[in-house]
Design a protein around this ligand. Structure first.
Ligand code: SF4
Ligand code: SF4
Length: 560
């Protein structure tokens, strides 16, 4: 214990005033009313008594007075094991509700680590830790099995897209992105690998997957074994360096993200020389930059979002998954409470590997089941493989009739694949004088198919096209790229075309850029002409055919 004590730990061990404000934060308490042994402060005191006995002067002098006591017997070790592994998922919900700043999850992880160091742990924890030490990943996936899965996913993707260049690159040197995954994806959910590959391919990313050291999960977080945590994280960092990768992208996994990006550098004492990010941010960036386009009407069922404790409470990833979700589905419903106050999936902290506690885990999942049911959603989305398993199990147990999926699956399903879109035949440019070569045109439309149609037409006629699916992105790109012309849809979610138009006109740097309004809602015309700014240079009612669009663009740009 002395080696594990630091300021955060000692603060949490010493600061509890037993006010009980954390009690109702815990899903174990809420689902087991009347049982005080689940209260976070009670559980923490089982660990605290050892600290008091050995490190606190009051416990050394008056142990009977302050309840200080060491652990002597097998029964006492078993009791500690039952609390540390079986009565807490290290979700940290109580931690954020403690006015004294007591982080019980940190204490609990430390207690787990101490128990593991003397060989006391659930069998599942021992097996998984051994696999991660010896085979290099926590599910014992062999290298051949992993590579075969990548090959299989690669073949299917090339076939689906009719494009042999869509194959998954393995061990490519100097890639901009090295993509690491959870072994669960290889073993039980390879679709998430091909979905991610499809997104990288359509975004035109320079990416690769490593042939070894690819597991971004880390059982050291759950077992409390910092040595294992450091060894696993170091393996991945060294592989990225060997491949000279510029950025490590971590697939959707809460504990993998927290271990690799936040805790790993400390455990491994490693100065990581490259950027690391969650694939949620990567996908969102691709959409914002117009590198991929989504048609959210392909995901119509009502969807809710479960914040993984590690992603949200511990790493602050709250808004980005929601922003991406809103772009990928039509019916998103929040569950309450959410973000930092969300309840654990009840499978966290490695609970899914500890089968001896399954009945207790499922009973404690009652509060989560009620929370899910209240949304009325048919699909639960979560950015964590552990949560996928935890939620699937409780949904089955409580017969909720919901499906669990991840953002990567929904984004992949909503992808507008250019080959599948009706792209017009290239228009013959009759004379060089009519070519739009040398002109930069910003096309703004929230309907991906229309965006692709206009862009392809303008590109075929020589223009350089920049695309934006929403008003804010349009303004950002206009400031950055200073296009020669902007074609602007009016009806868009968020900042609508009318607001974009006025902002453009009121900005001295952008006011001179010609704008051609293209709208399917003639009733919105006054949104433009009633504004106290100069009118647009062009105005077209949808549907707009190829000839009309080209004629008007040429007219505004004076290409004739
Ligand atoms: S809220 Fe904090 S101080 Fe109060 S009982 Fe819980 S851990 Fe102790
Ligand atoms: S960390 Fe989570 S599971 Fe553990 S005591 Fe606190 S609220 Fe309960």
């Amino acid at each position: 214990m002395s080696r594990r004590l630091n300021r955060q730990m000692v603060g949490s061990l010493a600061a509890c005033v037993h006010c009980g404000m954390c009690t109702e934060s815990c899903h174990y308490v809420l689902s087991n009313p009347g049982d005080p042994t689940y209260a976070p402060a009670y559980k923490a005191d089982r660990i605290r008594k050892i600290f008091k006995r050995h490190f606190d002067w009051t416990g050394r002098v008056f142990p009977w007075w302050v309840g200080a006591r060491s652990v002597f017997t097998d029964e006492e070790l078993e009791e500690l094991k039952d609390i540390a592994f079986g009565k807490c998922t290290n979700c940290r919900r109580c931690s954020i509700n403690c006015p004294m700043g007591v982080d019980f999850a940190v204490l609990n992880r430390m207690a787990r680590g101490l128990l593991v160091s003397v060989g006391i742990m659930p069998e599942g924890v021992a097996v998984v830790s051994k696999d991660q030490w010896e085979i290099g990943n926590q599910m014992g996936v062999l290298k051949e099995e992993y590579l075969e899965t990548l090959e299989w996913m690669s073949e299917e993707l090339c076939e689906e897209l009719g494009d042999p260049t869509a194959a998954i690159p393995v061990d490519k040197m100097d890639a901009d992105v090295v993509y690491s995954i959870n072994p669960r994806e290889v073993k039980y959910d390879p679709r998430t690998i091909s979905d991610a590959a499809k997104i990288f391919h359509l975004a035109g990313e320079s990416w690769t997957m490593p042939s070894e050291g690819w597991d971004m999960t880390n059982f050291g977080l759950f077992s409390g074994d910092d040595e294992l945590g450091g060894a696993v994280a170091r393996r991945l960092y060294e592989k990225v360096i060997e491949l000279r990768g510029k950025k490590l992208v971590i697939s959707e996994c809460g504990h993998g993200y927290r271990s690799t990006r936040c805790e790993g550098p400390n455990w491994a004492k490693f100065d990581v020389p490259f950027e690391m990010e969650s694939s949620v941010l990567t996908m969102l960036r691709y959409v914002r930059q117009g590198r991929i386009m989504l048609d959210r009407s392909r995901n119509k069922l009502p969807v809710t979002f479960h914040d993984s404790c590690n992603n949200a409470r511990s790493c602050g990833l709250f808004e980005e998954p929601r922003e991406l979700l809103r772009l990928a589905v039509t019916d998103f419903r929040e569950m309450y409470p959410n973000r930092a106050e969300n309840y654990c999936c009840t499978g966290g902290g490695g609970a899914m590997s500890m089968s001896e506690y399954t009945p207790r885990r499922l009973k404690s999942a009652k509060v989560k089941a009620d929370q899910l049911a209240a949304t009325g959603a048919k699909i639960v989305v979560t950015s964590c493989h552990n949560c996928v398993d935890g939620l699937t199990d409780l949904i089955r147990h409580y017969k909720l009739g919901m499906e669990v999926t991840q953002l990567v699956n929904l984004v992949s399903n909503a992808l507008v694949v250019p080959a599948m879109v009706r792209v017009p035949e290239a228009v013959e440019v009759e004379a060089p004088a009519l070519s739009l070569q040398g002109y930069r045109i910003l096309v703004v439309d929230d309907e991906p198919d229309i965006l692709v149609f206009y862009s392809a037409l303008l590109q075929d006629n020589g223009a350089a096209v920049i695309k934006a699916l929403d008003g804010e992105t349009a303004l950002e790109l206009a400031r950055k790229e200073k296009p020669h012309l902007i074609t602007l849809d009016l009806s868009m979610p968020g900042t609508d075309g009318g607001q974009v138009f006025e902002k453009l006109r009121r900005d001295p740097e952008l006011a001179g850029i010609p704008v051609c309004i293209i709208t399917g809602k003639p009733e919105l015309r006054r949104l433009i002409y009633d504004r106290p700014v100069n009118p647009p240079e062009g105005y077209l009612d949808k549907p707009v055919d190829e000839e009309t669009l080209l004629r008007n663009v040429r007219k505004i740009l004076r290409v004739n």
